[in-house]
Ligand binder design. Structure first.
Ligand code: FAD
Length: 393
């Protein structure tokens, strides 16, 4: 038996690809090792819910305010106008996505991918079956590699995959504090402070009865647990019960190629696709799964492996500019506490607030207000050039 597509990895990217392909009538296998909750803050934008038909019943919380906190402890509360930031629990969200793909017709395989074998005939995906511990092989025309950061599929098949820069992120899931504290279950806090992270940020994301508190950094010398303990202390969350401690890498740069020119294409973290500055990856993983499914379908229909390139092309056409803007923001403002102070000051600007959240929620830069863009660009330049004195920050 030969599948049209074997999808390796059933996170947001792989489950979306398998769902789309099964719905369009393809014979699909979805392989996941199961049994490990993906460490993740779980923040998702409304655009994700609209594009991928995710109902509000998946949400643990709807966030209406984002608080940006500077190294000196100043903060700006940004109201999330015309929408919200949704919070999902990956413990439930990922299994739900996999079940949805299965209900659409994808066949589930539970085990750990080890390698692809090629010889005569179709390529075969080899995995260690979880129940029996035995090696199994499945033959397929196309493979989608969606097995996350440090993807084994990508490292074996696509040049450059072992050189993707990574942020090491760590968080603790804690019991939510009582309501009479300063904690607000509808407000997420984003902490820009060199003591918490020298090059990224820390966060407090409410998840209903629980809270995700964590941070990330590219600096392997930082003690993530210590930084998170400091963040919990500063946020008056040190006393809350700790339910889970977990960490994982976040890739920071999309690969130049997502396919092997033959029979395989990558999606999501496996392709390095997470937004710079924010580390947001769930929406981009699902979009990556969708474009990988379209590219696989085009390749199956035409028999032309060049169609696999379509995945990266379609994705970049839509998101390249936002990724570029976010990458330059990260390199300009995440490098010192004095820059972080300036960044939080910039967040006071009503136009910055509106454009940032519109871009987050709708995943496009709003072209309708060119004057606001100009104004922000000008303010940005004044801060970066040091024309706004420290005392006025
Ligand atoms: C601490 C932390 C906080 C984050 N917070 C947010 C946030 O708030 N919002 C946001 O949008 N993004 C966040 N991200 C990023 C986001 O979690 C990822 O970008 C997203 O999960 C990528 O989805 P994916 O499907 O590509 O990969 P993954 O979610 O990693 O899924 C990969 C799947 O592959 C399976 N797998 C892996 N290896 C194998 C193998 N060898 N064989 C079989 N199966 C395998 C795994 O079981 C898993 O199901 C965070 C990341 C971290 C680490």
């Amino acid at each position: 038996m030969v599948y049209d597509v074997v999808v390796v990895g059933g996170g947001p990217a792989g489950a979306t690809a398998a769902h789309d392909l099964a719905r369009s009538g393809h014979k699909v296998a979805l392989l996941d090792r199961e049994g490990r909750i993906k460490p993740c803050g779980g923040a998702i934008p409304p655009r994700l819910m609209a594009d991928f038909d995710v109902g509000e019943d998946q949400l643990l919380a709807k966030i209406s305010t984002a608080r940006m906190i500077s190294p000196s402890g100043r903060h700006v509360d940004i109201p999330v106008e015309n929408g919200f930031v949704g919070m999902v629990d990956r413990k439930d969200f990922d299994p739900w996505l996999r079940q949805r793909a299965e209900a659409a017709g994808a066949e589930r395989h539970i085990g750990t991918f080890t390698r692809v074998i090629r010889g005569r005939g179709w390529p075969r995906v080899v995995y260690r079956d979880k129940a029996s511990g035995e090696d199994r092989e499945i033959a397929t025309r196309i493979i989608i590699g969606a097995d996350g950061a440090k993807s084994r599929v990508a490292r074996g098949e696509v040049p450059g995959a072992d050189r993707i820069p990574l942020v090491f992120a760590y968080h603790e899931i804690i019991a939510a504090p009582l309501r009479d504290t300063t904690y607000d279950p509808q407000r997420c806090d984003v902490i820009y402070d060199g003591r918490i992270s020298p090059d990224f940020y820390g966060w407090v994301f409410p998840h209903g009865d629980t809270v995700s508190v964590g941070m990330g950094t590219e600096d392997a010398g930082v003690n993530l647990k210590q930084a998170t303990a400091e963040l919990r202390r500063a946020s008056a969350l040190a006393q809350c019960e700790t339910l889970r401690r977990e960490g994982a890498p976040i890739p920071l740069k999309p690969l130049d190629r997502w396919d092997n020119g033959r029979d395989l294409v990558l999606a999501g973290d496996a392709a390095g696709v997470v937004a710079p500055s924010s580390g947001e990856g769930i929406y981009y993983a699902m979009t990556g799964g969708r474009v990988a499914a379209s590219a696989a379908a085009a390749c199956l229909a035409s028999g032309n492996p060049k169609a696999l390139r379509l995945a990266r092309k379609l994705f970049m056409r839509e998101h390249k500019t936002v990724f570029r803007v976010l990458a330059s923001m990260q390199s300009a403002y995440y490098r010192s506490d004095s820059r972080r102070e300036r960044f939080v000051s910039l967040c006071h600007d009503i136009d910055v607030q509106r454009l940032t959240f519109e871009a987050y929620m709708n995943k496009s830069l709003v072209k309708a207000r060119p004057l606001a863009h100009l104004k922000i660009g000008f303010k940005n330049l004044r801060h970066l050039a040091g024309l706004v004195p420290e005392t006025h920050v």
